[in-house]
Design a protein around this ligand. Structure first.
Ligand SMILES: NC(=O)c1ccc[n+]([C@@H]2O[C@H](COP(=O)([O-])OP(=O)(O)OC[C@H]3O[C@@H](n4cnc5c(N)ncnc54)[C@H](O)[C@@H]3O)[C@@H](O)[C@H]2O)c1
Length: 480
């Protein structure tokens, strides 16, 4: 049964939650008194549809239904998860929780997006305090996996576990903050960095642009993949973390750092920061900046995914299953996915190399289906591609939902001859023909496959022999 999320407050953050739940197949019910909420959520959703589905190398679940409500009680009634993202004012949050708990299911989780309040503060005066936890996200909520999950002592472990399971199922990384604290964990770092940055501007050491360059050209790249302590462990060299702390720890008490002092945000300082920021980024609208940010995040997260590392490992864990072999008498669906943002070129459509990647993925999946999987390859046998011919028949933009169907033209002895067709719905986009040879990974020479693979491949090849020969198979360059 489709699960239901109620989203209370549909601003920057509520819109991001709505998009993540919807694109992960949940039905979403939104309550926000602002008459502009529907327009704003649809704008966030458009950005999310553009960027999120392509993070997966398999087809995402079918998008859920989005409904707007003018009555909070109706919105939350059947919900499994209720996410509160109303303005950061305790009295508003308390009022909303009272209305929610008068109408929601007792087994629903109520998560609050609060950046600053502790769960025990949110739970004050609640009918069922144990139902409310902090689930603090990061913008854009539909791409960044981190959710700080902060319970108070009144939340039982079953509630915390259920919240973790649901967050994980929608592609998030729940970081269990074991001891509640103002502003949780991540924003405390960010505030420390921000405070130092404000001093650097006030003391006229650096502009907003110079500060951003210092981050993105250097440690920002390191942080996205190893964080602080693993990075410093490496910085300590062979002598390791103790050496690093002995060497650099004393600097913390030198007068470089003004960590606990906050510069006064005078009109002059605020104007200085705002005008430097206009000079740095004012040539782009906020929507443009969001799209630039999302495209870069997708490319970086997909790079980490290939390494199965950090946020990329989270993506791999959340990825829906690859297609299974269903009917060997028909062309076999070997790839189903959305074309990601980093697969397009300067013409705005899929780059040639990515056609080969999609067809290569189709061949890999087909190999797994006949038994040439990771275990078999570890045992010393595999197929190597000897020849490829790709025909580009129609344009493929980012965001296209593509499907590759694979027909076996020959599956005998050492040879495997495959013909892939790539479609978007019923539209044929490209074909890819591959000749592969089975090899021994020890001798690196052609060899016979295992009996099991030969039998499975032979069975599919025999079934496919009665399919019409594909138009374009065996074609030379220039002949369509
Ligand atoms: N902006 C961020 O980067 C960020 C990051 C993480 C968490 N948060 C937290 O998320 C929450 C929302 O922040 P935001 O930036 O999305 O704010 P926002 O101002 O963009 O959105 C708040 C929305 O709540 C609506 N609202 C007001 N009263 C309401 C009510 N009684 N019921 C339902 N909706 C109501 C408003 O109409 C508005 O659309 C805050 O608690 C904030 O601390 C913000």
């Amino acid at each position: 049964m489709t699960q239901i999320a109620a989203i209370l407050g549909g601003g920057v953050i509520g819109g991001g939650w709505a998009a993540r739940f919807l694109l992960m197949g949940w039905d979403v019910r939104v309550f926000d008194p602002d008459p502009e909420a529907e327009r704003k959520i649809n704008e966030v959703l458009a950005n999310a549809r553009r960027s999120l589905p392509g993070l997966s190398d398999t087809a995402m679940p079918e998008e859920g239904a989005l409904t707007f409500y003018t009555d909070l009680a109706e919105a939350v009634g059947p919900a499994d998860w209720i996410q509160e993202s109303v303005p950061e004012r305790l009295e508003i949050k308390h009022k909303v929780f009272a209305q929610v708990q008068a109408a929601c299911r007792e087994d629903a989780i109520i998560g609050s997006s609060t950046s600053g309040f502790k769960p025990s503060e949110l739970q004050e005066g609640a009918a069922r305090p144990g139902q409310i936890v902090v689930t603090h996200p990061f913008n854009p909520v539909y791409l960044l996996p981190l959710i700080e999950l902060v319970p108070s002592p009144v939340n039982d472990s079953a509630t915390v576990q259920k919240a973790k399971d649901i967050l994980t199922s929608i592609g998030c990384f729940p970081l269990h903050v074991r001891k509640e604290i103002d502003a949780h964990i991540a924003d405390r770092f960010l505030e420390a960095v921000w405070r130092e940055a404000l001093w650097l501007i006030k003391d006229r050491i650096a502009t907003t642009e110079e500060i951003d360059e210092a981050i993105r050209m250097g440690f920002g790249l390191r942080w996205a993949q190893m964080g602080l302590f693993e990075t410093y462990r490496i910085a300590g060299g062979e002598a390791g973390m103790k050496h690093f702390i002995e060497q650099f720890g004393p600097c913390l008490s030198w007068p470089w750092t003004k960590l606990m002092d906050v510069p006064e945000l005078t009109d002059e300082l605020v104007d200085q920061i705002a005008s430097q920021s206009d000079a740095q980024s004012g040539m782009h609208s906020i929507r443009e900046l969001e799209r630039i940010r999302d495209t870069n995040l997708v490319a970086m997260m997909r790079a980490l995914k290939a390494q199965d590392w950090g946020a990329g490992a989270v993506l791999n864990r959340a990825q829906p299953a690859k297609p299974e072999l269903e009917d060997s008498a028909l062309p076999i669906v070997t790839v189903q996915r959305t074309v990601p943002l980093d697969w397009t070129d300067y013409n705005g459509h899929m780059n040639e190399a990515r056609y080969l990647q999609a067809f290569g993925d189709a061949t890999d999946r087909f190999m797994e289906m006949v038994g040439c999987d990771a275990d078999y390859i570890a045992s010393g046998g595999s197929y190597f591609t000897a020849e490829t011919h790709i025909r580009h028949l129609d344009e493929v933009p980012a965001g296209a939902s593509i499907r590759v169907e694979t027909q076996v033209l020959l599956g005998q002895g050492k040879k495997m001859h495959l013909f892939h067709r790539m479609y978007e719905g019923g539209r044929l986009l490209a074909t890819g023909e591959h000749m592969l040879i089975h090899v021994s990974l020890e001798t690196r020479r052609a060899s016979e496959p295992s009996d099991a693979i030969a039998a499975k491949l032979g069975e599919i090849a025999a079934a496919h022999a009665s399919l019409p020969a594909p138009e374009g198979a065996g074609a030379a360059i220039g002949r369509r």
